[in-house]
Design a protein around this ligand. Structure first.
Ligand code: ATR
Length: 285
């Protein structure tokens, strides 16, 4: 920063990666902050991940985001991983240090919590039981965030029971693990339900869950953002529940990445949200 000849560079490594809205987001911030720079989609096959990460320094990249399917593998390849990312078991962001070493962290947890705080200002994690559906990497970030934010009860439901049990055992938190068949009943008395599975994403089946037991004021959250309104969120909205989609999680995790790479924490404004939303198909036939 501060050098007028310096062109700032960052990107996202994924495979596939062209669906990612991160370039739009970060290039918006370069423009807004009047900085010369670019954020690139980096289509990296799994076999090329190690070499691609090592190339960041010689190419002059400040760092990169890591997305599907590299989040776990990249954690093994960087030089340092912070405690948060180790707990989640995946990294979402790499910082290139001046000596070329690579530091990995995970900003998904921050993105998830910040998005809810911005969209639902009255929200608190300790208002009552929260239900988390899924036990993959997304779930780990959400569970960690909820536990840290002071949740008193987290009901974890996953198709593969053992994966949910593992999270409950690893994380110090108030977890109750439910079998997949009991996902409908687990909603009883809940103040929030979060879908962290890939179900509902464009091209995938919808999440199969009956919302009858979900209290009318409970918040329904999805971490999927293509489409913006998944069938799960649509069903929740139609019965009167407040909803939060997954786009803001992506936008907010980007703020932390910027802070690490460029020393600036940019804002998620309504204008930015609208600019990204405009590019997302509604998923309706
Ligand atoms: P990510 O890291 O993106 O969360 P993941 O580790 O593959 O991805 O996890 C995907 C989640 O979606 C898991 O909770 C998975 O359930 P399993 O642990 O049983 O695999 C869940 N999921 C994917 N397809 C599903 C389906 N058809 N029905 C129920 N759950 C499904």
């Amino acid at each position: 920063m501060g050098d007028p000849d310096r062109f700032l560079l960052a990107g996202v490594m994924g495979w596939p990666v062209m669906h990612s809205r991160s370039p739009l987001l970060h290039n918006y911030w370069f423009k807004q902050h009047k900085l010369a720079g670019a954020y690139l989609p980096l289509a990296i096959q799994p076999a090329g991940l190690a070499a691609a990460l090592r190339a960041l320094h010689p190419l002059g990249f400040a760092g990169c985001n890591i997305t599907i399917p590299h989040k776990q593998e990249a954690m093994k390849l960087v030089d340092d991983v912070d405690t948060l990312a180790k707990s989640i078991g995946a990294i979402s962001c790499v910082l290139v240090r001046p000596d070329g070493s690579l530091a990995g962290t995970n900003n998904d947890c921050y993105g998830f919590i910040q998005n809810i705080r911005q969209e639902q200002p009255g929200w608190r994690a300790d208002l009552g039981p929260s239900v988390v559906i899924g036990a993959g990497g997304g779930s780990r970030a959400v569970c960690y965030g909820l536990a840290q934010a002071g949740a008193r009860e987290i009901r974890l439901v996953n198709r593969t029971f053992a994966r949910a049990k593992k999270i409950a055992e690893e994380f110090a938190g108030p977890f109750k693990v439910f079998p997949w068949e009991q996902r409908h009943e687990a909603l009883d008395d809940a103040v929030m339900v979060v879908n962290t599975t890939s179900l509902g994403m464009v091209g995938q089946d919808a999440l199969d869950i009956k919302l009858d037991k979900l209290p009318a004021r409970a918040l329904a959250v999805d971490i999927v953002y293509i489409p913006l309104e998944t069938p799960f969120l649509e069903a929740a909205r139609k019965r009167g529940n407040p909803t939060v989609n997954g786009l803001g999680m992506l936008l907010h995790q980007g703020r932390r990445a910027w802070q690490a790479w460029f020393g600036i924490e940019p804002e998620v404004t309504a204008e930015l949200r609208a600019a990204v939303e405009k590019t997302i198909p509604d998923g309706k036939p």
